[in-house]
Design a protein around this ligand. Structure first.
Ligand code: SF4
Length: 297
């Protein structure tokens, strides 16, 4: 019997969707297809707030003062947290990624937004002679550059955080801003953005880095051309096809610690909560029947 498995309606894909799917496609299913009530986190508003401040500061041609940029970012954080708190007032509905209490985590991350903003501005100004945002053809700084491209028949949508120009050589590099603690394992995201830049402007960017706010410094430059359009297109297409086929597998690991849908996961969650959102082929058995069938073997 072939099962009809619901899939995500996908007018377009994004890099983060593909990344989530590759890490744990069951997490993808619970978030995007089942849309289960996710646990709230303060790290998402922290990332959004920092990006809002950094983008505004860069788009002002770096004319905005550091205090103004910090105020903007912190206000954004406060607003997002307030909305989430209203939606989920119970601490049990929040995830801090450890034993830290929710209010303590929220306060710490608020301080971090301001600290990261000041650090980013100081670092950028100190290195202004070495690199600064490139200019788009219309004269705007190359900041949060939006793109919609089609690769192997799949439409991919996103935005490039920053393209930098190095005046000494005239070279361009890509930069993605990270507020989390974990260094990305590879440069695939940057390569995808390099491909998008090529499609937008027929211009090759060979190198890129991640600006790690926790270190207040970028990672060493990494070569983007190692993941060519052929690789990116094939992976994107495989992700798209697998998802359309309704293929979802739980993949337990360290990342489960920060999984906002863990409660509903058949691998890591509680039987009661997970039971309501099981894949159709798992719903054939309820948990008691599963126990019995295990005992019989
Ligand atoms: S708890 Fe782990 S295995 Fe389960 S959905 Fe989340 S990331 Fe996947």
């Amino acid at each position: 019997m072939r099962l009809e498995v619901p899939t995500f309606p996908h007018p377009h894909r994004s890099f983060s969707q593909m990344q989530t799917y590759a890490r744990c496609s069951e997490q993808y299913r619970l978030q995007k297809v089942e849309k289960v009530p996710e646990q709230m986190t303060a790290w998402a508003p922290q990332g959004n707030a920092f990006h809002t401040g950094a983008e505004a500061w860069e788009l002002s041609g770096r004319q905005m003062t550091a205090d103004e940029a910090v105020d903007l970012a912190v206000n954004e954080y406060d607003e997002r947290i307030a909305k989430q708190r209203e939606k989920q007032p119970e601490d049990s509905g929040w995830l801090t990624g450890g034993r830290t209490k929710v209010d303590v985590d929220i306060t710490r991350r608020r301080d971090r937004v301001a600290e990261h903003m000041r650090g980013y501005i100081d670092y950028s100004l100190a290195n202004e002679a070495v690199f600064r945002p490139a200019e788009l053809p219309d004269g705007r700084p190359a900041v949060e550059v939006p793109f919609v491209i089609t690769v192997n028949g799949v439409t991919l949508k996103g935005a490039i955080d920053l393209v930098l120009k190095w005046p000494e050589t005239g070279a361009l590099t890509l930069r993605d801003l990270k507020t989390g603690n974990k260094l990305p394992n590879d440069a695939l995201q940057l390569s995808v953005y390099g491909l998008a830049w090529w499609r937008l402007f027929q211009d090759v960017i060979e190198w890129g880095d991640f600006f790690m706010c926790k270190n207040n410094a970028p990672t060493p430059l990494t070569r983007l051309l190692d993941y060519s359009e052929a690789y990116i297109g094939a992976w994107l297409e495989m992700f798209d096809r697998s998802e359309k086929e309704g293929i979802y597998l739980p993949n337990g690991g360290d990342h489960c610690r920060v999984c906002t849908v863990r409660k509903y996961c058949p691998l890591m969650g509680s039987p009661e909560s997970a039971g309501a959102y099981l894949m159709p082929n798992l719903k054939i058995l309820n948990y008691n029947e599963m126990e019995e069938s295990t005992l019989e073997r």
